[in-house]
Design a protein around this ligand. Structure first.
Ligand SMILES: Cc1cc2nc3c(=O)[nH]c(=O)nc-3n(C[C@H](O)[C@H](O)[C@H](O)COP(=O)(O)OP(=O)(O)OC[C@H]3O[C@@H](n4cnc5c(N)ncnc54)[C@H](O)[C@@H]3O)c2cc1C
Length: 294
């Protein structure tokens, strides 16, 4: 495994905005993952685990970006009334969605239509249409910040709305799901979900999905629309005309513009409603703030 220096990051995120990582690596197995951790530890660098980059926007990052995309693989086993799926962190979440459709499994298909790795989805506790990735998660294997591997039961970890103990606790290496077979037919619901996404989300433009979490009892998109942020543009970055909570890159967008447009949106929503919106998207820059200290 090579440690690369000065790696441009825009092509590693779905918003396609980005600065440069001081160090960058792509481990292919657990040994290389541990080596990357020790590299960061020895150099006193912060380390940022990166999956598909669908919820991440980079400025210039002074630490080590560890891309999990080479940690791929999936094992499937039948267990009575369910399928047991063990997937490695860098695997596409969509592979499990595909399997759910083929085997007519409960719930997981609701995560169709957005980019994610298994590790990123577990870390974010990604969810849609009332279903969250933690729902049928039974075990998580992770490497702690001293390079030790752990396998823990999901019920011992705290998952909540778009929140999990990762990556603070360590790097997710693999995840096990036990997804029951569904008695009815999931295909109609699946088609409705995909069609709704196409109609309401700017999936033909570079985007990072929801910018803010929904505040309790409300929708960030509704609040943003009310304060005139839908379609609001700042340089190459804008809040989508289709979905007020989705940032899009209309061409040449920069990290600085992302930060400014987010500040503007938060200020307006606070002034109008007294609500402090919390970012769902991870903004990563410098050597602190959103990096993860070993
Ligand atoms: C068009 C579009 C639609 C979307 N719709 C939804 C939606 O409906 N619901 C939803 O929840 N999200 C949605 N998202 C956001 C995004 O897809 C999810 O948050 C997804 O789970 C991010 O996965 P990722 O691999 O891209 O994570 P990244 O962006 O790479 O990382 C996200 C966070 O997870 C951490 N992380 C990544 N991998 C690991 C690992 N192996 N171990 C520990 N930590 C790790 C990162 O450090 C970072 O903090 C959407 C995004 C887009 C672009």
């Amino acid at each position: 495994m090579k440690f690369l220096s000065g790696m441009p990051l825009s092509s590693f995120t779905t918003l396609r905005v980005g600065g440069v990582a001081k160090h960058f690596c792509k481990p292919a197995d657990r040994d290389e993952l541990r080596r990357a951790m020790f590299f960061a530890m020895e150099k006193g660098l912060e380390l940022f685990p990166l999956g598909r980059g669908a919820n991440t926007v980079f400025g210039n990052f002074e630490g080590l970006v560890l891309n999990t995309r080479r940690l791929r693989g999936m094992k499937v086993k039948r267990m009575g009334k369910a399928l047991l799926v063990e997937a490695t962190a860098g695997e596409n979440l969509s592979e499990i969605v595909k399997l759910s459709l083929e085997a007519n499994l409960e719930g997981f298909y609701k995560l169709a239509g957005f980019p994610a790795t298994v590790g990123g989805a577990v870390a974010m506790n990604a969810g849609a249409f009332g279903y969250e990735v933690s729902r049928h998660l039974t075990h998580v294997e992770f490497m702690d910040w001293e390079g030790r591997l752990h396998r823990v039961k999901a019920c011992e970890l705290e998952f909540s709305y778009r929140s999990s103990p990762f990556p603070e606790l360590g790097i997710v290496v693999s995840a096990v799901f036990e997804i029951p077979f569904f008695r009815g037919d999931i295909r109609e619901d699946y088609r409705a979900i995909v069609s709704k996404r196409k109609k309401t989300q700017p999936i033909n433009l570079p985007t990072s999905g929801s910018t803010f979490k929904n505040p309790p009892g409300d929708y960030a998109g509704r609040l943003l629309e009310r304060v005139g942020m839908k379609g609001y543009r700042l340089g190459g970055v804008a809040f989508s005309e289709l979905h007020a909570n989705f940032l899009v890159n209309l061409g040449g967008g920069t990290y600085g513009q992302v930060v400014k447009i987010i500040e503007e949106a938060k200020k307006r929503v606070y002034q109008e409603f007294g609500i402090s919106l919390e970012e769902e998207v991870r903004l990563v820059e410098g050597s602190g703030a959103y990096g993860w200290k070993i």
